[in-house]
Design a protein around this ligand. Structure first.
Ligand code: AMP
Length: 240
């Protein structure tokens, strides 16, 4: 079970949650837990949960709380989470947020920071439909914004096979954005009330966003996952 700080990344599909979680992992050793990745692995493995999840994922809808919570609970007992975790794509519903709080509370823990990546919906379709990733190491790319330095060759591992997610087709992006606005966006208020919300402009450059998130992460690590002091609220990149 996780003993370090627990950070959450909120934001619509295409906001850059995966990219930023990966950078936080590289820089601070936080373990990136993506429920989307865990679900895609379950689908690929053909487990019972994976088969059920596949139907919702192919429709651009949310997978049931029951399945997502079971998959995440299995992962949270991993022995590798001591440095702390960055949850990418979880929670996505109020029920998931409450379940996470309840789970942490049993260990006397709280969320260290919930970071909302704020973006314009209109830019998300272009961002998502250009995405790809190296099939070997998972490094993310974008046709327009971040192509590999040498065309067709992964910058990180030299791999030459690239994948595109099935649900990144433009036709599904609108459904995924709708699910975000109706189910997940209300969590911004939930975490603001708990004084752990940090709103970050995610239309900025990747490096600038990473800088803002790095400060939040460093602070959370320094506090060892304890509650954010109320006196710090209100500053940019801090709870508001
Ligand atoms: P992502 O990789 O985070 O964009 O997730 C891909 C898809 O997996 C989503 O469109 C949902 O169908 C499903 N999914 C991922 N995380 C969750 C979650 N926390 N709750 C419900 N569905 C999820």
């Amino acid at each position: 079970m996780v003993t370090g700080p627990v950070l959450i990344l909120l934001g619509p599909p295409g906001a850059g949650k995966g990219t930023q979680a990966r950078l936080l992992h590289e820089r601070y050793g936080l373990v990136q837990l993506s429920t989307g990745e865990l679900l895609r692995a379950a689908v690929a493995a053909g487990t019972e949960a994976g088969q059920k999840a596949k139907v919702a994922m192919e429709a651009g809808a949310l997978v049931s709380d029951e399945i997502v919570l079971a998959i995440l609970a299995d992962r949270l007992v991993g022995p590798d989470l001591g440095q702390g975790i960055i949850l990418d794509g979880f929670p996505r519903t109020a029920a998931q947020a409450r379940a996470l709080d309840a789970l942490l509370e049993t260990r006397g823990r709280r969320i260290a920071a919930a970071i909302s990546l704020e973006v314009d919906d209109s830019a998300m379709v272009e961002r998502i439909s250009g995405r790809s990733a190296c099939a070997a190491c998972g490094e993310g790319y974008h046709d327009s914004f971040k192509p590999p330095r040498k065309p067709g060759v992964c910058d990180s591992c030299g791999g030459t096979a690239f994948m595109r997610r099935a649900d990144d087709r433009a036709a599904l992006v609108t459904s995924r954005l709708t699910a975000y606005h109706s189910e997940t966006e209300p969590l911004i208020g939930y975490y603001r009330e708990r004084e752990v919300l940090h709103a970050v402009d995610a239309m900025a450059e990747i490096a600038a966003i990473a800088g803002a998130l790095g400060q939040i992460a460093q602070d959370a690590i320094a506090r060892g996952g304890k509650e954010w002091p109320a006196a710090k609220a209100g500053l940019t990149g801090e709870p508001n």
